[in-house]
Design a binder for this molecule. Structure first.
Ligand code: ASP
Ligand code: MG
Length: 456
């Protein structure tokens, strides 16, 4: 068995879905289990209408719901077998009727809980799974949509739920293999439910996570992540013209990159797959013949120390400074307690005796964090920063990387530097506006000559 996951852009229109059907058909002999994201921008649109409803813009929300219904009708209804078209039409009508009732409820309540956000967000994947299964049947491929909420059992952390693996794995192992012998199972990604059956989601971009949960539970031979790029690249092609495809990359490198280049892969994706040592392939549904990027367990021999340069914008640096804390113990503990209690993840960290700089990307509770830190330290905040990150298993074995890096960056102000314990990643912070220039300069430095075994 293999898992094939198709992202939102891979199913954004009738034409795209038809392309996906042919990709699946060409791999039927490998007994694919298909995971699909919501069509195109559907999740964003659902979240927007939920917000509008709860903010009291009921009519606006209902209009958006109507529009999304029209979009799904237009793209989905040409796909099934003629004799199944009425069924699919009815299914769409019922789902959008239910959704509009939910929105009316939110408008009356005037409040949006994480739980109701998940309920609304789930419609995208509930529909896309049904649509893709119907489209496969429409092209003569036996397929069946399954409701992921009956298979992926999670905790109650709405909008960021974590699967309860024992129960989830048991359900998947019981349900999928017998079915996959006869038909292609199609599951919506991203969604799950608590043990009581309340709908949850695994966090934005969570369909990749679903793919690896399912792949690991069934111990499949390979997990294919079908997206709209040719795999992982040496840098963002929007920033660097000569960015190259990375043919093979280790799990450890991919995990570092996943956080920074989250566009290609959800960070958590690799975890269940790593544990089971299942290779993950990144492939392009617009160019299925392209070889993509293969993510494997072991380090890949490579003549270049750096595999890829990632860049993450929208970063905030928090500087915490306290002379009172000079030589005192417990300073870091107090700082981290604040971030922990405000449920905000810290990404990079640099410390000196009396000050600590750290970066966050979620600023939802920034004011509260700053206020609490100010109770025992001076706090400076700088927004519109970017993390630039060099990733490569060989970074640790290659002397002189830091000198080459900062030499290449001459003239750019580097705000903060951090080399993780893995020594697989060298990260630093620059102003957002300097980031493109920094990435280009580093790409020129580290990929002027690229090992043809690893890069294309
Ligand atoms: N549809 C969800 C999102 O947009 C999950 C995914 O596409 O992976 O975040
Ligand atoms: Mg996605």
């Amino acid at each position: 068995m293999i898992v094939m996951k198709f992202g939102g852009t891979s199913v954004e229109s009738a034409e795209a879905v038809a392309r996906v059907c042919e990709i699946v058909r060409a791999r039927l002999d490998q007994r694919p289990v298909v995971i699909v994201s919501a069509m195109g921008k559907t999740t964003n649109r659902l979240l927007a209408m939920a917000r509008h409803a709860a903010a009291g813009n009921r009519d606006e929300a209902l209009r958006e719901c109507e529009e999304l219904h029209r979009f799904h009708r237009a793209e989905a209804l040409p796909l099934p077998k003629p004799e199944e078209r009425a069924d699919l039409e009815k299914l769409l009508d019922e789902h959008f009727q239910e959704l509009s009732e939910l929105l009316r409820g939110l408008a009356i309540l005037g409040e949006l809980t994480p739980r109701s956000l998940d309920a609304v967000a789930s419609y995208g994947e509930r529909l896309s799974a049904q649509i893709l299964a119907a489209a496969l049947r429409g092209r003569g491929v036996a397929a069946e949509a399954l409701d992921s909420r009956r298979l992926i059992v999670t905790d109650r952390r709405f909008t960021q739920a974590t699967p309860l693996f024992a129960e989830t794995n048991a359900r998947l192992a019981r349900t999928i293999p017998p079915l996959a012998r006869e038909r292609v199972p199609v599951l919506g990604g991203f969604i799950g439910a608590t043990e009581e059956g309340v709908t949850t989601t695994l966090g934005r971009g969570g369909s990749d996570f679903t793919a690896s949960i399912v792949g690991a539970a069934l111990d499949v031979g390979e997990i294919q992540i079908w997206t709209d790029v040719d795999g992982m690249l040496t840098a963002d092609p929007n920033l660097v013209e000569g960015a190259r495809r990375v043919k093979t990359i280790s799990f450890a490198e991919a995990a570092e990159l996943a956080y920074f280049g989250a566009k290609v892969l959800h960070p958590a994706t690799v975890l269940p797959a790593v544990e089971k040592n299942i290779p993950v392939l990144i492939l392009n549904s617009r160019r299925p013949q392209a070889a993509g990027t293969r993510i494997v367990a072991e380090t890949v021999p490579c003549r270049n120390p750096v595999k890829s340069i990632a860049c993450k914008r929208g970063i905030t640096v928090v500087d915490v400074h306290s002379t009172r804390m000079l030589m005192a113990h417990g300073f870091l503990h107090r700082i981290f307690e604040v971030f922990d209690e405000c449920e905000t993840a810290v990404d990079l960290l640099a410390t000196s005796e009396v000050s600590v700089s750290l970066t966050i990307d979620n600023t939802e509770r920034l004011e509260e964090i700053a206020a609490r830190l100010r109770q025992f330290a001076e706090v400076g905040i700088e927004q519109r920063q970017a993390i630039v990150c060099l990733v490569g298993d060989n970074i640790r074995y290659t002397p002189g990387i830091a000198a080459r890096t900062f030499g290449a960056l001459a003239g750019i102000n580097v705000r903060m530097i951090s080399q993780g314990a893995s020594l697989r990643n060298l990260s630093f912070v620059v102003a957002e506006d300097d980031a493109p220039r920094a990435v280009r300069a580093l790409h020129e430095e580290f990929f002027r000559e690229a090992d043809p075994e690893v890069f294309e």
